[in-house]
Design a protein around this ligand. Structure first.
Ligand SMILES: *Cc1c(COP(=O)(O)O)cnc(C)c1O
Length: 383
């Protein structure tokens, strides 16, 4: 049995008629960049995520860059962030001229350890940029009160968490900005690149709309700031508006599969720091499992074994950002963020998309169990 990490074609065939018709309509209308269809989608997604405004842009990376810039963050500023994320999180900070200041993660949720942030705040700190990694929200209450206490901006990278909630609250309320990505394999994926910034700050929303369209204001040839060309196009809006009503059901299915993995693997897993650790969904979270990521002390052997069974897996992410060549000039060294460094060697994401069947999840779990039984792991685990 083959088990893939994503199956975009099957999802397309579910919606082919509507999407094809919508795309034809856009081509016929000649309205490709922006327009009422994009505006309607922006409002629907803002409503879903609990923000007043949605500003569609060309990618999730641009969403981060524009959000930082809209709040005036740039040269000489420091932004506190996680070293354990996709590269775009640090890239956006560096791109606006600010400096990423890393804080290590919690080994169970993989999200920034909020308790360690305060010690890194300096007079130059302007913002906190945490990530909702794998689809589970980082601790909003703690982050929001910290941001308030030190008068910092809270910009959350929610590229992986559209539809998630914490204590019943969706991803966006009370953040200064929340950014989304519609990269094709995200839980809500376009057929190309796309992204969005969510905010309830009217002034920031106006700046963001100006920034994405060459820094214009009022008239399309009147430039009040140096902007970008970063729009969400109407063809992507067709894809996204047709998928949006299905997002909750897809997220529910991902959750069901995650809980099935948990049930099937719990006997061979250890609570903490064993050979195999299952992902931890903390009680107040509605985790949407963009990834189902386990930790294993023999990760590469497990991955190779699963590959032999035609089970695709992926390592998100094999090296923390502070050790990447692009960011070493900030002066961080191996050993600075031991948890991020350790989990980079242990994480493995198993297939979890909604186009899978329950039998496929059982097949994957069966082989993880078989691996556990055939490979006697070291009895004690060294930190
Ligand atoms: C996907 C992703 C991004 C970037 O999104 P793009 O649309 O590919 O630019 C940023 N941060 C995280 C955590 C992501 O997963």
């Amino acid at each position: 049995m083959k088990v893939s990490l994503a199956d975009l074609r099957t999802q397309y065939y579910e919606l082919k008629e509507q999407i094809d018709a919508g795309i034809a309509e856009v081509i016929d209308s000649g309205l490709f960049c922006g327009g009422p269809r994009v505006a309607r989608l922006e409002q629907e997604i803002a409503d879903l995520c609990g923000a007043k405004h949605g500003i569609g842009v060309a990618s999730g990376t641009d969403a981060l860059i524009l959000a930082l810039e809209a709040y005036g963050i740039g040269q000489g500023d420091e932004v506190i962030t996680t070293p354990f994320s996709f590269g775009a999180t640090s890239e956006a900070i560096a791109r606006v001229g600010a400096r990423p200041v890393y804080v290590d993660i919690d080994p169970h949720t993989f999200n920034i350890n909020v308790a360690s942030i305060e010690a890194q705040i300096t007079p130059r700190t302007k913002a906190i940029l945490p990530v909702d990694l794998y689809g589970q929200m980082c601790d909003r209450n703690a982050l929001q009160s910290l941001a308030k206490k030190y008068n910092l901006r809270l910009i959350v990278d929610s590229a992986q968490s559209i539809g998630a909630a914490q204590n019943g609250t969706p991803i966006a309320p009370n953040n200064d900005a929340t950014t989304l990505s519609f990269y094709p394999t995200k839980n809500l994926g376009a057929y190309g690149d796309g992204g969005m910034i969510l905010t309830s700050n009217d002034e920031a929303a106006e700046i963001l709309r100006s920034l994405r369209g060459h820094g214009t204001h009022g008239h399309k040839y009147h430039y009040v700031r140096v902007g970008y060309c970063s729009r969400l196009d109407a063809i992507q809006a067709v894809v996204l508006e047709n998928k949006l009503p299905l997002l909750n059901g897809w997220n529910e299915l991902r959750r069901r599969y995650a809980h099935l993995y948990n049930a099937l693997l719990t006997d061979v897993a250890q609570e903490s720091d064993g050979a195999l650790c299952l992902p931890c969904e903390t009680g107040d979270n509605y985790h949407i499992y963009h990834q189902y990521t386990v930790r294993h002390t023999h990760r590469d052997a497990l991955q190779a074994y699963l590959k032999q069974q035609e089970i695709a897996t992926e390592i998100y992410y094999p090296a923390p950002l502070h050790l990447q060549p692009a960011y070493t000039h900030y002066g961080y060294q191996e050993g600075d963020f031991p948890i991020s460094e350790k989990v980079s060697n242990e994480v493995l994401s198993l297939p979890i998309h909604p186009e899978l069947t329950e039998e496929q999840i059982q097949y994957v779990a069966k082989h993880v169990v078989a691996f556990q039984k055939s490979h006697t792991p070291e009895p004690t685990y060294q930190r």
